[in-house]
Design a protein around this ligand. Sequence first.
Ligand code: 9MR
Length: 468
Amino acid sequence: MKRARLLATAAVLVLLAGGAVAAGTRGAPPSAPRYVTDDQGRALILHGFNTAGSAKGAPDALPELTPDDIDREYRDMGTNFVRFLILWRAVEPSPGTYDMKYLDKVAERVRWYSDRGYQVMLDMHQDLWGNAITPTGVAGNGAPAWATHTDGLPVATEQFTWEMYYLEPGVIRAFDHFWNTTGDYPDLMDRYAKAWAAVAARFKDVPGVLGYDLMNEPWGGSVQGATFETGPLATLYRKTIARIREVDPDGWIFLEPQAVGVNWGLPSALPRFDDPRGGPPRIAFAPHLYPLPLDLGDDYAAGSKEWTDRTLGWWRENIARTAERMRAPVLLGEFGLDMTRPGASDLVKKVQGLSDQVGTGMAYWSRDADAWGPYDAKGKATPLPGVYVRAYPRAIGGVPVSVTYGENRLQVAFDANETGPTEIYVPERGFPNGAQVDGGTAVWNAARRILTVTTKTSGRVILTVTPK
Ligand code: 9MR
């Protein structure tokens, strides 16, 4: 199908779903975002990458990554967060057997990050169900072969985009069995929940592990939309939350909506989930954002720019509404595009601003060595590091009221709550000789370019950071 036709079809789809969209664009609750917190209780602004797509097809399920890669990323962008891909096929290679050697290797990589001050979210990734059913070269990934049941239905080669494989009968059937829509494999969701418990048991005391993203971009197979999100998806989340909480009361649990539609700005129907831990809930909402015109291969230019901008508006309001219903902080778990295309840098800046409005930060897709990532296959920087880097508060010793970003001025207002000092990353650009802060007492770490600011421990604090 030609792109224009697909775009038109997709636009119709969006409009068909439009009752909800139209409702979603008016009167969204402008409530203050909630925040994900670190182990001291400080509010976190997360700024990082998905690392990495290269894990999907790797026999050992580990991304191409060295400690030097993390150092370079930090030097160029001062990131503090990674959405680290793990795969169910590697966690549970046969039913009920968990591969502790794999988890040890993941732990080794977590340590590379935590030694450098990063927060790590483990993301149980999947695309197109699993490696066992998509043809070679198409990066379907996630589920183990033993959990893949297609009843012999075909997965034919698609020509257009990888997402089209989601419509292949064999892929749909594999999901239908997992969600127990067919009733033939009622134990699969429990297996998944138990696999998560094995992961949580291994990582609950590992420093730097912030939490768990239960499933990447859930797809409902033949059950879609609100029926899926409030039905089988909610069931899976409840089962998995319960299992994780049996072993780890403290890790944050990140829940994704259905990807199709919600990634384009449509509303999610994900309900509110109880957190059985003692104390305040640690459940966050972690949607993705992939405006449809760009998903279909267009650039952030001309007519597609207008559609994309409208998408961003829908996305912001619909995400805020869902977060309010869930009483959960928001993390933008994925957004990314080919950085060599026209308009790409503008869009990254816009989305960063959007993510600031709805929540606690974002993870860019991805840290792979390609045209989407910060460094290409030859290791040369793309335009991404230059737009993604900025001064930001990594951790805030209180409840944030506002954060105002400028090229060489940052202002952070919060209600102090004795959780610890506020840490502010300040890049070279705009702050060549470091930074000074008004409103607290700062210690400057020139090597890490971090200001650690001690403030009063109650009441409104306003920190203004300017170049030295
Ligand atoms: O960018 C990835 C592309 O190269 C792969 O073919 C595809 C299937 O594995 O996955 C893409 O990454 C996607 C991620 O896994 C989930 N969210 C959307 C990402 C970009 O399309």
